[in-house]
Design a protein around this ligand. Structure first.
Ligand code: ZN
Length: 234
């Protein structure tokens, strides 16, 4: 068991990029894991190595702490999910009251796979960007879900796992503010330039908050958070 190590669920989006910086500030060794689950667009996955390199270039301490990257294939998740993230479909609310971008069980699977990987790597702290403050209502982002899962994983692996969610209780404006606290303007700029959140994988239009279509639910959240943060700063 390596003390002071963490495994960050790193998708290449804004939230997980801030989580990675957060972990690099706290843990001696930080590894990252991403999942190819048949998402419609793989642009996020393509941005992951770009972001990792840019973070390492920002700080010698971060460069020293940044460990191995893992990408796990979970095509079955895409195959069994009928969602707008894994199928060509319009974004809309489903009968359950959840947006059809919800991939059922996604975070449960991701964290369980991350825990299995961590078991082999001697890492018992898993870090994820889940948030229930201004989230899209995804039930697997709730704190109660994740803390109960940490307990189940700990029992099931007979090892004390922790799931850390630094963004759980802050909104998207707070996520921008956290980025600035962790890495100043260079980290904010890195997130704008390289992190990818847009559900439609649009990287042709650059907004003040980064690239995206500007209208999908993910762009909407990101833009609103940016505007709120700008208003709070002025
Ligand atoms: Zn978009």
């Amino acid at each position: 068991m390596n003390e002071g190590s963490a495994l960050v669920l790193f998708s290449g989006g804004q939230d997980s990029t801030v989580c990675l910086a957060w972990a690099l500030e706290r843990y001696r060794r930080v590894e990252t894991v991403g999942f190819a689950y048949g998402q419609r667009h793989e642009i996020e996955l393509l941005q992951r190595p770009v972001i990792r390199s840019a973070l390492a270039a920002m700080s010698p301490a971060w460069a020293a702490g940044l460990g191995v990257d893992h990408v796990l294939d979970l095509p079955t998740l895409g195959a069994i999910s009928e969602t707008a993230l894994t199928r060509e479909a319009q974004f809309q609310m489903s009968a359950s009251g959840l947006p059809n971008t919800f991939v059922p069980g996604r975070n449960l699977l991701f964290l369980t796979y991350a825990a299995a990987l961590g078991y082999r790597r001697g890492i018992r702290t898993l870090v994820g960007g889940m948030c229930e403050t201004d989230f899209s209502g995804y039930p697997d982002c709730r704190n109660a879900t994740l803390q109960t899962l940490a307990e189940a994983i700990s029992l099931g692996m007979d090892a004390p796992y922790a799931i850390e969610t630094p963004l759980m209780w802050i909104d998207k404006a707070g996520t921008w503010a956290m980025a600035e606290r962790l890495g100043g303007a260079p980290l904010v700029d890195l997130i704008i330039e390289h992190s990818h959140t847009c559900y439609l994988a649009d990287r042709t239009t650059r907004h003040p908050w980064g690239y995206g279509c500007g209208t999908c639910p993910a762009c909407d959240l990101r833009a609103k958070g940016w505007e709120k943060w700008q208003a709070e700063k002025s």
